[in-house]
Design a protein around this ligand. Structure first.
Ligand code: HEM
Ligand SMILES: *[C@@H]1O[C@H](CO)[C@@H](O)[C@H](O)[C@H]1NC(C)=O
Ligand SMILES: *[C@@H]1O[C@H](CO)[C@@H](O)[C@H](O)[C@H]1NC(C)=O
Ligand SMILES: *[C@@H]1O[C@H](CO)[C@@H](O)[C@H](O)[C@H]1NC(C)=O
Ligand SMILES: *[C@@H]1O[C@H](CO)[C@@H](O)[C@H](O)[C@H]1NC(C)=O
Ligand SMILES: *[C@@H]1O[C@H](CO)[C@@H](O)[C@H](O)[C@H]1NC(C)=O
Length: 337
């Protein structure tokens, strides 16, 4: 072989190494910040028992971070898709984007991430991304409250575009039907199975009445109820929870009586036509998703956890920035100046 060929082989090898490095990997911080994952886990374990509802906030934050799509201008067709890159934490956008969530719960979520970030920065400045902190703390908080555990490969980099106008974002809405949900998940490389499994996160947490009260009071604009919602359950919600269509303060458990346990009862609610959102009910409107719901209910909790883990591992890798893309933010609410 001629010398130049050796160089070619060498260059190909280097390229191969470079491209594998540009992916997430388990224990990405093993050498650069060996205690990072432990610091995060310890903090979560110390604090989550005082505020178990934070687990729901954090997993939802992880979901929104991975799904959100930002654009340069409202009028421009979205050219850049941004995955799990902690954009959700940026100061200019986060308060607005999360406006529909109970304010103090949401603020607590951001504050929690900030506190972890400062601990990790004290140990290894400028090494661990906010995007990884979201992914790891979501996983650790769910596990700490007795839910499933999943692998979180790391190496995500943080988004750097601070002053974006949110155009059409790609976060699914509670009124979306199965077709729209399939498209929105499909845009992120997730399939119907992932949709069914990830919706299972609604086994924990709460919702404001306004996220679904149209189903109770004015479904088609004629003062009617959503016929796909169990009428007894609807009456119950109207009498004891959401007393009018504009109630924007009352909070409802999405999986009543079981909102703190990450179990299969969400799927039970769905088949009993008691899923709170149209997006929950929608799982019955497609033969594939319907069969998956039934299958999960016939399976064990361990099976659900294992399948959920696979789907959320996929979700956590949506359009991540790695290698030299993006940056490691110094403060999670601001891009580095
Ligand atoms: C399938 C499409 C989805 C829709 C339409 C949807 C919609 C919603 C809505 C409207 C709320 C209530 C917000 C409020 O009123 O404050 C909510 C809460 C929640 N969602 Fe989803 N969601 C979806 C998927 C997911 C996924 C994939 C996850 C996580 C893996 C998730 C986790 C949660 C959690 C944990 C809560 C409770 C938050 C809390 O208690 O603080 N959701 N969701
Ligand atoms: C961050 O956001 C808050 C509330 O939206 C605002 O009052 C504050 O001035 C912002 N801070 C910076 C440095 O932009
Ligand atoms: C928000 O804070 C107020 C006052 O601290 C408290 O009464 C209320 O329950 C909180 N709401 C939520 C959703 O945590
Ligand atoms: C789902 O919603 C979309 C957008 O609102 C609508 O165009 C479509 O017809 C709906 N599909 C079904 C099956 O209802
Ligand atoms: C129901 O919706 C229709 C159409 O949007 C609206 O005209 C009507 O005022 C609503 N009724 C109530 C009780 O909100
Ligand atoms: C809640 O509803 C009241 C009365 O309809 C309104 O004044 C207030 O601005 C609403 N709050 C939010 C956060 O939307």
């Amino acid at each position: 072989m001629k010398m130049s060929n050796y160089f070619k082989v060498l260059i190909l090898c280097l390229l191969a190494v470079a491209s594998t490095q540009a992916q997430l990997q388990l224990g990405f911080y093993t050498y650069s910040c060996p205690s990072a994952e432990q610091i995060i886990q310890n903090f979560v374990h110390e604090h989550i028992h005082n505020a178990p509802s934070l687990a729901a906030t954090l997993i939802r934050m992880h979901f929104h971070d991975c799904f959100v799509r930002w654009c340069w201008f409202e009028t421009l067709e979205c050219a850049s898709f941004k995955g799990c890159d902690a954009s959700i934490l940026l100061n200019s956008t986060n308060k607005q984007a999360e406006k529909d969530a109970p304010p103090n719960l949401t603020v607590r979520g951001f504050d929690f991430i900030d506190r972890i970030k400062s601990l990790v920065e004290a140990e290894c400045p400028g090494v661990v991304s906010c995007a990884d902190i979201i992914a790891l703390s979501a996983r650790d908080s769910i596990a700490a409250t007795g839910g499933p555990y999943w692998k979180v490969p790391t190496g995500r980099r943080d988004g750097v575009i601070s002053n974006l106008v949110e155009a059409r974002n790609s976060i699914p809405a509670p009124f979306h039907n199965i077709t729209v949900l399939q498209t929105l998940f499909g845009n992120q490389g997730l399939d119907l199975k992932d949709l069914v499994l990830l919706s299972g996160a609604h086994t924990i947490g709460i919702s404001l009445c306004t996220s679904f009260s149209n189903r109770l009071y004015n479904f088609t604009g004629k003062g009617d109820q959503d016929p796909s919602l169990d009428s007894e359950y609807a009456e119950n919600l109207k009498t004891f929870k959401c007393k009018n269509i504009n109630d924007n303060t009352t909070i409802v458990e999405m999986d009543p009586g079981s909102r703190k346990t990450f179990d299969l009862s969400y799927y039970n609610q769905v088949v009993k036509r008691r899923g709170l959102f149209e997006s929950d009910s929608a799982l019955l409107n497609n033969p594939v998703t319907k069969a998956l719901v039934t299958q999960l209910l016939h399976g064990s909790l361990e099976n659900f956890y294992a399948e959920f883990a696979k789907s959320i591992e996929k979700m956590g890798q949506i359009k991540v920035k790695t290698g030299s893309q993006g940056e490691i933010r110094k403060h999670c609410a601001f891009v580095n100046s």
